[in-house]
Ligand binder design. Structure first.
Ligand code: GLN
Length: 219
């Protein structure tokens, strides 16, 4: 079976471990470099991207992770995990010395953190999500129920980055934050997949299933 690592330094890694195990893969919590050996894929969970960034360096994981991403390991990043996969952050946090937070990078996108506004710490909506054809029924492809918890949106996508889902301005309570524009909340580039939202908290299994199909070369 497949061995899927879940970066387990901070955040909701347990939910991702459960999600991949429910789909028949083995989930491996990753806290140190030696645990990266023999993985078929990796998930970077939601949480706090600045904390995961710092802890990854403390635990010696930053460089090995960057190398694996560059080498083509399939990686799925959810929320903070999307931020950590992004090559660029529009509004990076800075630490006390003024140094901006860093990402692992690999995905040619620019993200904006907490983009949907702090006052609405979370919201939920149904999204059309490309790539889930395997789940089609007679009525079409059921929408993905997406939960956003201080999530980022994607402000720029580079060449070769496919947009899988967007939030329409009418879908959230503060449409002025969307400035009348649909905002990108799911992308794929090669073997890298990222979502602004948290499929692991709703029982939605199809995003993890898509990731497993990507690992297997079936999607
Ligand atoms: N706002 C968080 C960050 O910037 C992400 C929130 C989340 O992962 N739920 O890291």
């Amino acid at each position: 079976g497949l061995r899927i690592g879940v970066l387990g330094l901070q955040g909701d890694f347990r939910e991702h471990l459960h999600a991949v195990e429910a789909l028949g893969a083995s989930g491996v919590r990753i806290r140190r470099p030696s645990e990266l050996a023999g993985l078929d894929g990796l998930i970077i969970p939601g949480g706090e991207s600045t904390t995961i960034d710092k802890l990854s360096r403390t635990f010696g994981l930053r460089e090995p992770l960057r190398e694996l991403i560059q080498a083509g390991l399939p990686v799925y990043g959810s929320c903070a995990g999307m931020i950590l996969l992004a090559d660029e952050i529009a509004d990076p946090a800075t630490d006390l010395s003024g140094a901006p937070q860093q990402t692992f990078g690999g995905l040619d996108i620019m993200v904006r953190r907490n983009a949907f506004g702090r006052q609405r710490e979370s919201f939920e909506t149904d999204l059309e999500f490309k790539g889930l054809e395997f789940s089609a029924t007679d009525d079409g492809i059921p929408p993905v129920h997406a939960v956003f918890i201080r999530g980022p949106w994607v402000e720029r996508v580079g060449d070769g980055v496919e947009v899988l889902a967007q939030v329409e301005p009418s879908k959230i309570g503060h449409p002025e934050q969307l400035a009348g524009k649909a905002r990108i909340v799911a992308v794929r580039s090669g073997k890298l997949l990222a979502t602004s939202f948290h499929p692991e908290v709703t029982g939605e299994k199809r995003v993890h299933e898509l990731f497993i199909r990507m690992i297997r070369g079936e999607a």
